[in-house]
Design a protein around this ligand. Structure first.
Ligand SMILES: Cc1ncc(COP(=O)(O)O)c(C=O)c1O
Length: 347
């Protein structure tokens, strides 16, 4: 891994920190094994039951196969639950935009609840809202703020909500906390996971839902029979053989992230504390944000500003940075440090 990082850093290549995918090299042996599956793509995936895949995922999570529904990326969990629990959906903004997009497609009515007040993201669904909603979203850690939602807050919502509560844990591997242990206790709990952010399979599309067997059976009726393609199906077993490799990469990413947050704040910017593989920075106003975003772009650093459609309810004075390799984040800090020097004032 180190050799490749060195080579890249000397090339002054473009740095893409827009989409929050896994930016580290994948284990070469794993890629080789996966490429051998190509010869069988004339055959269908295992289909509806996906027995082997579900067993592998269940073992990874620590549940039974009956608790697992594999999907075409975790975006498909969002899509399927929006079909299955029609009515009114509660969305805690600012957050990931697909909750809204799937709700619109499914004809659900949306209640966007502002949860970011004075720089603090915390849940404030009212009793009345929780009484009425058919579907309630919790993104943990939240995208784009990176905020950890404490388990007691999730339990509080599970106990008060009349409808289904979905906890999006697509960044679980960075946070290290889950509510999987609650699926037998709370019938109204579904958890969503992904192989995109943590195992580097964003391009293959593999995600899954975790819930009690009744909910899983019902959810399956709202998706296609062949939800997961044959290569993605095989990939889960293969990447999970390399857990030690990935665990080291997650630790490295978390270290690089925490260093980035520290250095950014030392420059006088306001970076949010993050438990995911991205960091949100808040600027004074839209004009300042545009200036910084353009300055980064001129230096071949591409980031995700609040005015893009990636998030629901994110204002224009924010930019989200995906955590890349260390040399990439060091370059971002250097470019922002030059920006501060040039402008001679803290942001
Ligand atoms: C919070 C959140 N949930 C779900 C997804 C969807 O991920 P995927 O469909 O690649 O599993 C994303 C991707 O950006 C995300 O940020």
């Amino acid at each position: 891994m180190r050799d490749r990082i060195k080579k890249k850093s000397s090339q002054k290549e473009k740095i893409f920190l827009t989409q929050s995918y896994f930016k580290y090299p994948l284990p070469e042996e794993m890629l080789k094994e996966l490429s051998e599956e190509l010869k069988d793509i004339n055959r269908y995936p295992s289909g509806g039951e996906y027995t082997k895949l579900r067993q592998v995922l269940a073992e990874y999570v620590g549940v039974k196969m009956e608790n697992i529904l594999p999907t075409n990326g975790s975006d498909e969990v969002i899509e399927i639950v929006s079909r299955a629990y029609k009515g009114e959906v509660l969305i805690p903004i600012p957050t990931f935009s697909q909750y809204e997009v799937s709700a619109d497609r499914g004809g659900l009515s949306k209640i966007l609840v502002n949860c970011l007040i004075d720089g603090v993201y915390s849940f404030n669904y009212s009793a009345q809202q929780l009484d009425k909603a058919s579907l309630v979203w919790i993104c943990n850690p939240n995208n784009p703020t990176g905020t950890r939602i404490p388990q007691e807050n999730i339990i509080n919502i599970l106990q008060r909500a009349k409808g289904m509560v979905v906890v999006d844990e697509c960044n679980y591997e960075y946070l290290g906390e889950t509510v999987v242990d609650l699926i037998d206790k709370y019938e109204n709990l579904i958890i969503s996971r992904s192989f995109s952010k943590n195992f580097g399979l964003a391009g293959l599309r593999l995600g899954f839902a975790i819930s009690n067997p009744q909910n899983i059976k019902r959810l399956a009726t709202f998706g296609q029979y062949f939800r997961v393609n044959r290569i993605a199906e095989k990939a889960a077993t293969k990447v999970l053989k390399y857990l030690d490799y990935y665990r080291k990469a997650w630790e490295k990413i978390k270290k690089v992230r925490d260093k980035f947050i520290r250095e950014i704040n030392e420059l006088g910017f306001s970076a949010y504390n993050s438990q995911a593989n991205f960091v949100l920075i808040e600027f004074k106003n839209k004009e300042e944000t545009e200036r910084v975003w353009k300055h980064l772009k001129e230096k071949d650093i591409y980031t995700l500003p609040g005015w893009e459609n990636e998030f629901s309810g994110l204002d224009d004075q924010f930019i989200r940075f995906t955590i890349g390799e260390e040399w990439e984040m060091d370059r971002v800090v250097k470019v922002l440090s030059d920006y501060v020097k040039k402008n001679q004032k803290p942001i």
